[in-house]
Design a binder for this molecule. Structure first.
Ligand code: COA
Length: 324
């Protein structure tokens, strides 16, 4: 991979929001549709329930509105919308313009498709746009995966659900926050291990996805740590893509991360692809798990295969109100 250096301006997470549709499919519900048990699903994946319903634009708008309200910013302050999704409302146009319109924004808006790595890809793009002068950027990860999931299939039907998470990042030279390191990757040789055709449902070679995920999580973590000049011990909190607790367990065993520094919401949400990391971030904030100055690692992987990581020094000071 070509070498790249880090460059970053001072910034903070000015607001974070989350949205999950009301309807829930529990593991118990799935036992009616397929030959499975709650115990097997929990044991093999860590998942207890997943949310379904709502469209990607609806869920995005709910999460982004919450992020906007928490930020204290006005709609007119937002300079760009990046919407990471693998389940857009339409093939054409993108979903981001409709979300920007629903929020009353007047700025650029585009979709970003990097599957489950999408939101972290979005953060890296947003950092680049901040370097070009944009001040407030809305980065959303949102999915309505129930549209491409067969809930009678024993491999994929147990995994996927809907949801959205959104963050507004704000350039501020006086902020403690900084991007310390990042890494983006893709290996199209593995397109065939997790995909959906137009009007189809997700098809997956679960074992191979598992193997690749464990490998790329290690690779990407090391790449971001190297750029940041940090070690594993310097990371205060890891927010990994929520796909399977056993994937995280296997990668952590090799990397040496501890579980008490890890945010996991998989039990309640299932795999929400591009939404999973911002949803977990919102959860970590609700649980008061982030302190100004913490080194936070966002770590994604997904279909493609794609992978993405970013280490930020956390500054989540809200405008005009208390810190997170
Ligand atoms: N419920 C109960 N039993 C099941 C089952 C289910 N939903 N699915 C498979 N089984 C059974 C199989 O029939 C098999 O039984 P046998 O040993 O008697 O033949 C056994 O469990 C193992 O099946 P296998 O397909 O090898 O399961 P696995 O251990 O690979 O687990 C996944 C399947 C999907 C949970 C696992 O491969 C996985 O999570 N992979 C990663 C997927 C992922 O995270 N994708 C998104 C990435 S972004």
């Amino acid at each position: 991979m070509p070498a790249h250096a880090n460059s970053s301006v001072g910034f903070r997470f000015a607001g974070v929001g989350a949205a999950l549709p009301e309807k829930i499919i529990t593991n118990g519900d799935l036992t009616v549709a397929m030959d499975t048990t709650d115990e097997w699903i929990r044991d093999r994946t860590g998942i207890g329930a997943r949310h379904v319903g709502g469209s990607t634009s609806e869920l995005s708008t709910l999460a982004a509105r919450e992020a906007l309200e928490r930020s204290g910013l006005a709609p007119g302050d937002i300079g760009q919308v990046i919407l990471a999704t693998t389940s857009p409302d339409f093939i054409c146009p993108g979903t981001a313009p409709a979300v920007a319109h629903a929020l009353g924004l007047d700025c650029g808006a585009f979709d970003l498709q990097a599957a489950c790595s999408g939101w972290v890809y979005g953060l890296v793009v947003a950092n680049g746009l901040m370097l070009q002068g944009l001040v407030n950027i809305l980065v959303i990860g949102a999915e309505s995966l129930d549209r491409i999931t067969d809930y009678t299939a024993r491999d994929t039907g147990i995994l996927f659900g809907n949801g959205a998470g959104a963050a507004i990042i704000t350039q501020d030279p006086s902020a403690k926050g900084q991007v310390l390191g990042w890494d983006l990757g893709a290996n199209g040789a593995h397109v065939g291990i997790l995909y959906s055709e137009h009007d189809g449902v997700l098809q997956m070679d679960g074992k191979e996805v598992f193997r690749q995920a464990v490998t790329v999580m290690q690779r990407s973590t090391h790449a971001s740590l190297a750029m940041a000049g940090l070690t594993i011990d310097d990371i205060d909190l890891v927010i990994p893509h929520q796909a399977n607790t056993r994937i995280v367990d296997a990668a952590w065993k090799k990397l040496g991360f501890s579980h008490d520094k890890t945010v996991m919401i998989l039990d309640r949400t299932g795999n929400t692809s591009a939404a999973s990391i911002p949803l977990a971030l919102a959860d970590a904030l609700a649980d008061n798990r982030l302190r100004p100055g913490d080194n936070v690692l966002f770590l994604g992987f997904g279909a493609g295969m794609t992978w993405a990581s970013m280490i930020v020094r956390w500054d989540g000071t809200l405008i005009g109100t208390a810190a997170w």
